[in-house]
Design a protein around this ligand. Structure first.
Ligand code: GLU
Length: 451
């Protein structure tokens, strides 16, 4: 980083010294923007503004559990940037949620949403509520209490939340119901909705499918493909499940999945039948991935060690790695294990799953590396398509949505690839994605005056 960018970075740290995840996301973007500011010094003021959220909302979320015990959680909505469209981004319910994590996610979302080519600004929100082990009634009461405050800050033309970790179809349903009651109107204020009340076909599949479409394009630049490749996937939620499905469609062999308790390794490969079993386990029975190893022969289960980054999943010998669990799940040491096993490509399905050391290791060793803000953008892109369908009061077919999603992913790949070349960093998708995402937002911010 040069001294100009360093001074912006130092001011970010000085303002919020206790936000390491946010610093990590900002540092990566500022690093990428050095050649942009050299070419367009007028954008320096944009850079100084873009690292500051437009608005941060924090609120109390009180609720009662099934035993009548009282709980208080903390709710947030970070409205980071609205230069190119209404704030857009998911809600995360997880005990680790705090302002640093949501600011990193909202900041990434600004560039990701810009890359989709759709008119969406960046935001993120959530709560430190842990939905694990909670009954449907508890989740419903929590969601209703959360929306009792959030509703006044969002709207179809203002801020459109969606799901993220811990927030899926069930939670979106409860949140939408309460929004509709309070606002007394039926609008496309949330995405990821159920089919019967305005949701889009393919939205549940979109992040995982989009990730594999992006990885396919990236592999093709080196005349490689998923055909016959072994693939390590982490996570077992929505992104991991549908990445797994699309890898199978393209002739690849997924061999791992994980949850917060541990990971499974199935050397024979997870086929459609096993995947259907996992989807039922995770989506209907809300069980643990360990049960997969108990049910099917030849599957190994490894419990997570106290340091979740060293749980061994990334030591499995594979051709392609798709981290789809959470931030910072591959550290430098684990990246080196993948490199030692001659991994060809790593594409992020989660947001920021690779630490800066891991990214550096992949890039230094010629591994194709796709940053999440490009490769996982299919989810929010399809949310954008859901917003369009809601505004049109129409719904598109499965084929129509999937074709649009695929075209968007091919276009994001092309844009990131060509931008990296143009700025003298061929093959560097991190730089390409950051610069391309930035340029559109910067132009809009500059045109609108510094507001
Ligand atoms: N949480 C997802 C993401 O990180 C989706 C957000 C959305 O659909 O608004 O992109």
């Amino acid at each position: 980083m040069d001294s100009t960018m360093k001074s912006v970075y130092d001011s970010v740290i000085a303002r919020d010294p206790n936000q390491p995840e946010f610093h990590q996301a900002v540092e990566e973007v500022l690093d990428s923007l050095v050649p942009v500011i050299q070419a367009h010094p007028e954008y320096l003021q944009v850079v100084r503004a873009i690292v500051e959220a437009e608005r941060i909302i924090q609120f109390r979320v009180p609720w009662y559990d099934d035993n009548g015990d009282f709980h208080v959680n903390r709710g947030f909505r970070i409205q980071f940037n609205s230069a190119i469209g209404p704030y857009k981004g998911g809600l995360r319910f997880h005990p680790s949620v705090n302002q640093s994590i949501l600011k990193f996610l909202a900041f990434e979302q600004v560039f990701k949403n810009s890359l989709t080519g759709l008119p969406m600004g960046g935001g993120k929100g959530g709560s430190d509520f842990d939905p694990k082990g909670k009954s449907d009634g508890e989740v419903m009461r929590f969601c209703q209490s959360f929306m009792m405050e959030l509703w006044r800050h969002i709207g179809a033309d203002l801020d459109v939340p969606a799901g993220d970790i811990g927030v899926g179809g069930r939670e979106i349903g409860y949140l939408f119901g309460m929004y509709k009651k309070l606002a007394n109107e039926f609008t496309g204020v949330l995405t990821g909705k159920g089919r019967s009340y305005g949701g889009s076909l393919i939205r549940p599949q979109a992040t995982g499918y989009g990730l594999v479409y992006f990885a396919r394009e990236m592999l093709a630049t080196k005349d490689k493909s998923f055909e016959g490749a072994t693939v390590a996937i982490s996570g077992s939620g929505n992104v991991a499940q549908f990445a797994c499905e699309k890898v199978i469609d393209l002739g690849g062999k997924p061999v791992t999945l994980s949850d917060s308790s541990g990971f499974i390794h199935d050397p024979a490969g997870i086929d459609r039948e096993k995947l259907a079993w996992i989807m039922d386990l995770k989506n209907n029975r809300r069980g643990r991935i360990k049960e997969f190893a108990d049910h099917f022969d030849g599957v190994e289960y490894t419990a997570s060690k106290p340091e979740p980054n060293l749980n061994g999943l990334w030591g499995v010998n594979v051709d392609i790695a798709l981290p789809c669990a959470t931030q910072n799940e591959i550290n430098g040491e684990e990246a080196q294990m993948l490199v030692d096993n001659e991994v060809t490509a790593v594409a992020e399905g989660a947001n920021m799953p690779c630490t800066p050391e891991a990214v550096e290791c992949f890039q230094a060793n010629g591994v194709l590396f796709a940053p999440g803000k490009a490769s996982n953008a299919g989810g929010v892109a399809t949310s954008g398509l859901e917003m369009s369908q809601n505004s049109l009061r129409m719904s598109w077919t499965r084929e129509e949505v999937d074709q649009k999603l695929e075209a968007i992913m091919v276009n994001i790949h092309k844009n990131a690839f060509e931008t990296a070349e143009k700025y003298g960093m061929p093959g560097n998708y991190v730089a390409g994605a950051n610069i391309a995402g930035f340029l559109k937002v910067a132009e809009a911010m500059q045109a609108q005056g510094m507001v």
